[in-house]
Ligand binder design. Structure first.
Ligand SMILES: [Zn+2]
Length: 224
């Protein structure tokens, strides 16, 4: 798959003439939240969305990030045991995977867990797109931690980078300004999730990190 419009990385992005600097009340109250939100707005703008109310389709963005989503069935070379594990006992242990080597055309394969819902696929794929957009180096994602005697104890998935990618992706899927408006007007988590085509868990996460949970509870429980 080729395209001539590649996703720019957050740092290389040129300011566009019609981009307004976001005003303070368009942004969440925490410092981290504001950083994620501004990058998420950059992603939404790249996706051609005109309002924060519009749902974002990460599958349309994926090819610009040179990510090629393939179905689990298209993966060859897995042993029957590995396949059974990934789809059975281990199905809750992974949400998606990116191939470590790029294809000859520069794109990267992404596999989404077929046992997960389309709503979860969106968040997983959005995280992968954010890694590209934020310019994360794949080599930094998987560092093996060793004990003093050289034994590998755990993989450090670089929590900070993972948080940045997940949070930016989540903010792109459910933008703060629209979320704040919906919460204020008494929309419920399932309603908001349905509107954006994401999971309820993701909406709850966005409400909490945006410090809107108190407002949400008050509005929901005072509903007639
Ligand atoms: Zn990640």
């Amino acid at each position: 798959m080729t395209n001539n419009r590649n996703l720019p990385t957050a740092n290389s992005q040129q300011p566009t003439a019609n981009r307004q600097p976001p005003t303070a009340n368009c942004l969440p109250p925490t410092q981290k939240g504001r950083q994620y939100e501004m990058r998420a707005q950059g992603l939404r703008e790249f996706a051609g969305l005109r309002s924060d109310h519009q749902p974002l389709d990460p599958f349309k963005l994926a090819s610009y990030a040179r990510l090629l989503v393939v179905s689990f069935d298209q993966v060859t070379g897995l042993s029957p045991e590995a396949r059974d594990h990934l789809l059975g006992d281990g199905k809750d242990l992974w949400s998606g995977g990116a191939a470590s080597k790029r294809l000859p055309d520069g794109s990267k394969l992404i596999i989404l867990n077929p046992q997960h819902s389309p709503a979860r696929h969106k968040a997983t794929l959005m995280e992968e797109i954010s890694h590209v957009f934020l310019g994360h180096q794949p080599s930094r994602l998987q560092i093996e931690k060793k004990t003093r005697d050289g034994r590998t104890i755990a993989r450090d998935y670089n929590a900070e980078i993972e948080e940045e990618a997940y949070s930016t992706g989540a903010a792109a899927l459910v933008p703060y300004t629209a979320l704040e408006r919906m919460v204020r007007s008494g929309r419920t988590v399932p309603e908001i999730a349905r509107h954006y085509g994401v999971s309820r868990a993701l909406v709850e996460y966005r409400i909490k990190v945006s410090r809107l949970w108190e407002l949400y509870k008050n509005n929901i429980f005072s509903k007639p």
